[in-house]
Design a protein around this ligand. Structure first.
Ligand SMILES: Cc1cc2nc3c(=O)[nH]c(=O)nc-3n(C[C@H](O)[C@H](O)[C@H](O)COP(=O)(O)O)c2cc1C
Length: 177
């Protein structure tokens, strides 16, 4: 699958097959996260790979409507090292959530190319995840991402929300909307 196909093929996946992920494919997906760009090249992203059933059960309880996470063979907890990103972008924006989001997007595209399904979960109780995974001060939870082979028959694995057209999102020379 070339990169354009993988970008377009990505869609949220909330139901997974039971079979475990192929380890070499998982490592390729995690490796893709490393190559995102980050402010000052701080690379503030960290990923906790959760496979243990009991940990997944507790993790699922810390995420709103997260019960489906127990069915994913792997759940990633995406973290951002806040203290590594002191500069405010444009004078107002924290860098680390953007950096971590860029690495997550790399990871999701690579996951799609490997035949994995995934989705973003951001309605989590950070305090619970912090306790569960011993996450220290200065490191923030940015997202929770299940990974697994999609259950193609599941109604929750639908298609994409329709995309805005290019002219709706791209303006030339001036603000056009
Ligand atoms: C930053 C971010 C946060 C998101 N948080 C959630 C979430 O907490 N729960 C969820 O079900 N989907 C979450 N999503 C996924 C989108 O809501 C989901 O992909 C969308 O409903 C499906 O539309 P799409 O085709 O545009 O992706 C998040 C996506 C992004 C980029």
């Amino acid at each position: 699958m070339d990169v354009h196909e993988a970008i377009k093929a990505w869609k949220p996946c909330l139901a997974f097959q039971l079979r475990p992920l192929q380890e070499d494919a998982l490592q390729r997906v995690l490796n893709a996260a490393r190559f995102a760009s980050s402010a000052d090249s701080q690379q503030p992203w960290r990923f906790i790979v959760v496979r243990d059933e009991e940990s997944k059960r507790k993790l699922a309880q810390a995420v709103s409507k997260g019960h489906f996470l127990t069915k994913a063979p792997v759940v990633l907890v995406a973290l951002g090292v806040e203290e590594a990103s002191a500069a405010l972008l444009g004078g107002y924006m924290l860098a680390y959530p953007l950096d971590v989001a860029a690495s997550i997007q790399n990871l999701l595209i690579a996951a799609t190319a490997e035949g994995f399904g995934s989705c973003w979960c951001t309605e989590f109780r950070e305090d619970k995840l912090r306790e569960l995974f011993k996450i220290p001060e200065g490191v923030r939870v940015v997202g929770v991402l299940p990974l697994g082979y999609p259950d193609v028959a599941a109604p929750t694995n639908g298609g994409h929300t329709p995309r805005k057209t290019l002219s709706e999102i791209v303006g030339y020379e001036t603000y056009t909307w």
